[in-house]
Design a protein around this ligand. Structure first.
Ligand SMILES: NC(=O)c1ccc[n+]([C@@H]2O[C@H](COP(=O)([O-])OP(=O)(O)OC[C@H]3O[C@@H](n4cnc5c(N)ncnc54)[C@H](O)[C@@H]3O)[C@@H](O)[C@H]2O)c1
Length: 271
């Protein structure tokens, strides 16, 4: 005999059902900002978001390369503009948010990707100015940008804030105090923001990549990095961008305050 379990209204899932069609990945009608989007991983995020239909703004210190990346996206049928600014300077960061929203008609997705090279000096040789710069780009810049973006995110149908963090934000390795501490603090910032804004539907998450094939990993380090990655190779920037695309999409509508590792199996005990 089958038994019918009475359904308690309080336990029922909301009426909206997740769209599982390929359209759920589309970002048409949304506006995305990618910091450090001129090159490396940021360029891959910008290209992927544009390919999925978002209008993309790139902000980078390097104007010429940022303009070239935006032009490349436009040539392949996407919509992109580029701004040159140092986003660690609060007035410039606020200006960028205002200009992006003005030029592209709003702001739905912010990808905090910009980052800086670092040296593995150890504590005694840590340069104070270098330490400050790494904290500025990893913590202050995303704080300035997200705060300025809130009025626009609140108007968005699917607002997202996505941090490109690092596996070293969770497990420090090497001895770059600025980078390790900056990325660890950035994860704290991500979780604090996620907790404050999730009830408004603003979803804040991070991707924590392992080594990626960009200029941040000099050729001399590639062989050593490869040995530490169970998959036996570094990530291509697009392999990080695909997770950014997922977190930006409707498919990730129930994910908040999480950090998603994309690291070829690194940090798994026992591999
Ligand atoms: N490459 C890796 O192995 C690796 C691994 C894990 C995480 N990450 C993270 O991924 C992100 C992208 O790194 P990448 O490897 O593509 O680096 P990259 O050096 O290739 O690109 C970083 C971009 O950020 C821009 N930028 C730096 N400071 C800026 C500022 N103050 N204002 C505006 N733009 C600024 C740079 O001009 C550059 O175009 C970083 O946050 C990095 O920490 C990289």
């Amino acid at each position: 005999m089958t038994q019918t379990i009475p359904r308690n209204a309080a336990c029922r899932a909301p009426e909206t059902v997740l769209d599982l069609s390929p359209d759920a990945r589309r970002l048409s009608g949304r506006v995305a900002l990618v910091t450090g989007g001129a090159r490396g991983a940021g360029r891959a995020h910008a290209r992927l978001l544009a390919a999925r239909g978002a209008a993309v703004a790139i902000v980078d210190l390097d104007d010429a390369v940022a303009q070239e990346t935006a032009a490349e996206i436009e040539r392949s049928g996407g919509r992109a503009i580029a701004f040159a600014a140092d986003i660690t300077q609060r007035p410039l960061a606020e200006r960028v948010i205002h200009d992006v929203a003005e030029c592209l008609g709003g702001l739905d997705i912010v990808v905090h990707n910009a980052g800086m090279m670092y040296s593995l000096t150890g504590l005694e040789a840590t340069d104070d100015a270098d330490f400050d710069r790494l904290l500025s780009i990893n913590v202050h810049a995303p704080l300035f940008l997200t705060r300025a973006a809130l009025p626009y995110l609140r108007k968005s149908r699917a607002p997202r804030v996505i941090f490109i963090n690092s596996q070293w934000g969770q497990v420090p390795d090497g001895h770059s105090y600025g980078y390790m501490v900056g990325k660890a603090a950035q994860l704290g910032l991500m979780k604090t923001m996620a907790k404050e804004f999730v009830s408004e539907g603003i979803l804040v998450n991070a991707v924590t990549p392992g080594a990626i094939l960009t200029r941040m990993v000099p050729d001399a380090y590639i062989a050593g990095e490869q040995k530490a990655i169970p998959l036996g190779r570094l990530a291509h920037p697009e392999e990080i961008a695909s997770t950014v695309g997922f977190l930006a999409s409707d498919e990730a509508a129930f994910i908040a305050g999480q950090s998603i590792p994309v690291n070829g199996g690194a940090l798994v005990v026992g591999i």
